[in-house]
Design a protein around this ligand. Sequence first.
Ligand SMILES: Nc1ncnc2c1ncn2[C@@H]1O[C@H](COP(=O)(O)OP(=O)(O)O)[C@@H](O)[C@H]1O
Ligand SMILES: [Mg+2]
Length: 218
Amino acid sequence: MGQVITALQQKGGAGKSTLLCCLGGFLAYDDARVVIVDTDPQRSCVQWAEEAEIPGLDVLEHRAERTLLEVISRLKKAYDVVLVDTAGYDSAIACYAIQASDLILIPSRGSKRDVVGAATTWKHVQTQVKGRKMPPQIRIAMWNVKPATLVYRHGREALEKAGLPLLQGTVNALTGFENMSWNGGLPDGEALRAFGEFIAALQLEGLLDYYAGAQEVA
Ligand SMILES: Nc1ncnc2c1ncn2[C@@H]1O[C@H](COP(=O)(O)OP(=O)(O)O)[C@@H](O)[C@H]1O
Ligand SMILES: [Mg+2]
């Protein structure tokens, strides 16, 4: 059964789609069978995939909330990893995505709006999964950050102080990630290395079912 991983964050532009495209591309290059279910009308993942094909990676557009659970349970049988991109953290479709998830990743930059958005999203997930036998793992990932800045330090401290589950692995603001929207595929150079470290951080915490790292990506 494939692992279902959803990116969620109240604050728009935090990096959900970029994170999922990288994750999908990286794991597919590592021979995983991956599908991204794009539930966002902005279609960022769909548009990214139109630019360059990655063998082993499919991207589906799906915006009908009532059938999402059914579609995901079908995809779990055919793929190793099912990634779900969302718009809005508390829409009906996002709530269905939460229900189906094994892992929820909440990207956050250092700004107060990102941090408040991450905390709000985390609380919302808690209310949605209350009583579930196997609740999803949740991690907040500092993403698109500039490590030597005060805003990053403030953001990190606020997330730690609030006791939120922070992933031990951050991804910096790098142009390679921005180029992805034009080029499709994985980012190159420094951004690819940064994402490799991000995957390693996920693996170190035992958060990925599919074992990546068996092959060179670059
Ligand atoms: N690590 C990063 N470094 C630099 N730019 C990034 C990074 N991650 C995302 N971006 C850029 O930030 C913008 C928002 O990212 P996106 O993934 O679309 O966010 P969301 O899906 O949460 O709305 C995009 O223009 C994207 O290229
Ligand atoms: Mg998006």
